[in-house]
Write a new protein. Structure first.
Length: 459
């Protein structure tokens, strides 16, 4: 049994106390990272709103709630906050272009930002309040992830959902100003609303997980606010999260508890924005292929084969050697590297039915191989970084490159110009032309006196 089992003063209580009491004034760097995440996630929402997954979710809600306007692909449906969070979260993750938090291996912002924006429409929260709540939610997930990963993730749990709901509950509880006791109940309720398997990768339900986590975290916070109670030690207690969903290979909560006790302020969120609209497990290899082609001036037609060596977790994520639809293509190393070789980039247009049917891409797929690196086992610690080794072989020889930090990582971030270009590309993909200052409004959301105005603009 955990050292904290059934102890109300254990990790869950410490986390709840920290959520309620940590200071609201964050470093300029932390605020800047949060605002970048806001702009990036909104870009993904805009691009994802027209995706078939989101349209199906809206049709389902229309039938459930008996409101035809929800099914329409445009127009403000005035959804209640939990349902709005469900739609926005699904849209944010629909194209797999949204950011990632290591070591959680989760799409944190696709959960937190939709839940906070949806909640803002009811309480007229300021932009700075949303940024504060976002920073708190990210740190809550970081601590949870360091305690349960990678054991939890490699068991097959989709952490965007399983760790997303408690993180969203933490963020929403912060935005609502709940005290420590109610924050603890919100976290515990969210544990009972957590779920989702990686078996769903490559299907509509993977992005739906993000929407469910956003909705469930918001509901957990609202229920705790209303007085609903829950077990005081859901993470660390016997038959709790760690016991059932992580197991012996995880670090446990002792170190996380010590970190909390030494955190006078929230650290800078360690999220990273994606350069390519596909599974993050492909990004290191994509960067390597593009750089090897550039440096060695390799022509596509000269490539005999491409061999990729990646972590075991990446191999498990990339389940589709021969994708038959666009969702599967985002989780296919052969498809992503074939597109990188032939087109010199991967964009939103890479993942369309038209692109998927291209004869040149289909014929290149057999030239790409992927294998697991024994030095990167599935149970490697959550705080250790993965890497990709890529070898391109031509008739005249071969060249190899190792990539640890792909483009977008905190150590190799998108530039401001690249981030704004991504925002504009997402809008263009959605068939919209955002007016002057729209990107800036999201990028500088801390200055917004009422974030609900920005929320309504998403519909």
């Amino acid at each position: 049994m955990s050292a904290y089992a059934n102890n109300p003063g254990g990790f869950t209580q410490l986390l709840a106390q920290w959520i309620a009491d940590v200071r609201h004034h964050h470093s300029p760097e932390a605020v800047g990272v949060a605002e970048r995440a806001m702009a990036d996630t909104v870009a993904c929402v805009i691009a994802g709103m027209g995706d078939e997954t989101v349209l199906r979710v809206r049709r389902g809600l229309s039938a459930l709630l008996h409101r035809g306007s929800i099914a329409e692909s445009s127009g403000y449906p005035d959804l209640e906050a939990p349902w709005a969070a469900l739609v926005l979260g699904t849209a944010a993750h629909a194209l797999d272009y949204d950011d990632v938090l290591d070591p959680a291996a989760s799409h944190i912002s696709a959960v937190l930002i939709p839940s906070l924006l949806a909640l803002s429409k009811d309480n007229e929260a300021s932009g700075s309040a949303l940024v504060d709540a976002y920073i708190i939610g990210v740190q809550a997930q970081m601590l949870l992830a360091e305690a349960v990963n990678m054991s939890h993730y490699t068991k097959g749990w989709h952490t965007t959902s399983t760790l997303g709901a408690p993180a969203a509950a933490a963020a929403c509880a912060r935005l609502l100003g709940l005290d420590a006791e109610r924050c603890r109940h919100a976290l515990s309720i969210a544990c009972s609303l957590s779920g989702g398997f990686k078996r769903q990768f490559g299907t509509n339900t993977k992005p739906f997980h993000a929407g469910l986590a956003a909705k469930n975290g918001l509901i957990a916070a609202r229920m705790a606010q209303a007085g609903l109670t829950a077990d005081p030690a859901p993470f660390e207690g016997e038959r709790g999260f760690l016991d059932l969903m992580a197991g012996q290979g995880s670090a446990g909560f002792s170190l996380a508890a010590k970190k909390l006790e030494a955190l006078p302020a929230a650290p800078v969120p360690a999220v990273w924005q994606k350069r390519y609209p596909c599974c993050a497990s492909t990004h290191r290899a994509i960067d390597a292929v593009l750089e090897l082609k550039r440096v060695h001036r390799i022509e596509s037609e000269d490539i005999v084969r491409i061999d990729t060596i990646v972590s075991e977790a990446a191999v498990r994520n990339l389940m589709y050697d021969r994708p038959i639809n666009v969702m599967q293509a985002r989780f296919s190393m052969p498809y992503c590297l074939a597109a990188a070789v032939l087109d010199g980039d991967l964009t939103l247009s890479t993942f369309t039915p038209e692109a998927l049917s291209r004869a040149d891409i289909r014929s290149f797929l057999p030239r790409v191989s992927m294998a697991a690196d024994p030095a990167q086992p599935h149970d490697m610690p959550a705080t250790e970084k993965s890497w990709a080794n890529v070898t391109i072989t031509t008739a005249s020889g071969s060249c190899t490159m190792k990539v640890i930090n792909p483009k977008g990582y905190p150590e190799h971030p998108l530039t401001e110009a690249e981030l704004e270009a991504k925002f504009q590309d997402c809008a263009s993909f959605a068939g919209t032309q955002p007016g002057a200052g729209v990107y800036s409004s999201w990028r500088n959301i801390s200055a917004a006196p009422d974030a609900s105005t920005l929320y309504r603009s998403l519909w």
